[in-house]
Write a protein that binds this ligand. Structure first.
Ligand SMILES: Cc1cc2nc3c(=O)[nH]c(=O)nc-3n(C[C@H](O)[C@H](O)[C@H](O)COP(=O)(O)O)c2cc1C
Length: 306
């Protein structure tokens, strides 16, 4: 028997390392016809903001070779709707329900975090710091160490459960941003969010997305995500959650070997809605084949100089 439990610290224990990535799995209930949700380590729900957001105009998705671009723009009905309507429906699912928190100002992030702090069956939030800071010219909070320090330390003051900070890959040195998150009170970091990309319809001579640029995700981003997870895991002492293009158990294992303690699966859910449980099973089979008693023993087990 392989022990699949993952301790991420500060009140967050996963029954296995496989979670879903925010924005690709709705509130979990949308997938209940396909998989047993209790077989997941955790469900990261859709990005939640203080107020209702319509998201960006259509078209806001475009397929790319081995991936996709999206510019959904955090469409959601706001945190109060989540608390009053969604939470009662999903709170008793026997897995970790984690809210992905997004905002346009530090005050917004704090207001959402405070409201979610009061929800007994939400053990953690994931702070999406890839959002534009409207008070400072629209540059994302997460692309400077100062931006990260400001938002993470402010949220830390109002949120006392497990705080995951989700890092943007659109930076020069992601390890520096991870260190800033750790120093400001993050309990763990997750990475990567989408990479800024663009697609053009040459026949129409128009961009494929209404916003011109959008976030690239899926199998095509995996080598970049893996490299960043490896760099961050070497830099910080807090647990690292790896994601970006994971589409198979082998992909997930690569992230664990690179230093991740757990993983999230995003775009691959659109291709195979049962992929999460297949990946969890595949990780166990790998451990059996290679004689690992604990899935947690895979973390950082990469051998570089033999
Ligand atoms: C349609 C779509 C919506 C997303 N929405 C969010 C979101 O609300 N908050 C967030 O932090 N990340 C969001 N993401 C990013 C994913 O959670 C994930 O970080 C990224 O897609 C890389 O993982 P993947 O290649 O496995 O999809 C979204 C991604 C997609 C494709």
């Amino acid at each position: 028997m392989v022990n699949e439990t993952i301790q991420l610290g500060k009140g967050l224990t996963l029954k296995n390392p496989v979670m879903t990535a925010s924005g690709t799995f709705g509130y979990g209930e949308e997938y209940a016809d396909f998989i047993d949700l209790t077989k997941l380590g955790g469900i990261l729900v859709k990005g939640t903001t203080l107020n209702h957001r319509e998201g960006n105009p259509y078209p806001r998705m475009a397929e790319t070779p081995s991936g996709m671009l999206n510019a959904v723009g955090l469409q959601n009905k706001g945190v109060d709707y989540f608390v009053e309507t969604i939470y009662p429906r999903i709170k008793d699912i026997d897995t970790n329900i984690i809210v992905n928190v997004s905002g346009s100002t530090i005050e917004d992030y704090c207001a959402v975090a405070e409201k979610v702090n009061a929800l007994e069956n939400v053990p953690a939030i994931e702070l999406n710091v890839s959002c534009p800071n409207v008070k400072q010219g629209g540059m994302a909070f997460g692309v400077t160490t100062t931006g990260i320090e400001q938002v993470v330390s402010a949220v830390r003051k109002v949120y006392d459960k497990h705080l995951i900070v989700k890092l943007s890959p659109n930076v020069t040195s992601i390890a520096d941003l991870a260190l800033a998150a750790e120093a400001s009170g993050a309990d763990s970091v997750s990475l990567i969010n989408t990479l800024l990309g663009m697609a053009i319809d040459a026949e129409k001579r128009r961009p494929k997305l209404s916003t011109v640029t959008g976030g690239l995700s899926g199998a095509c981003v995996k080598p970049i995500a893996l490299r960043m997870v490896w760099q961050v895991a070497k830099a910080v002492k807090i647990p690292v959650i790896g994601l970006g293009g994971i589409s198979s158990a082998t992909d997930a294992i690569e992230f664990l070997l690179a230093g991740a303690s757990a993983i999230e699966i995003g775009t691959a859910n659109f291709i195979d809605p049962t992929i999460t449980v297949k990946v969890a099973q595949g990780i166990v089979e790998y451990c059996e084949r290679h004689g690992f008693k604990n899935v947690s023993d895979l973390t950082g087990a990469l051998e570089i100089n033999s």
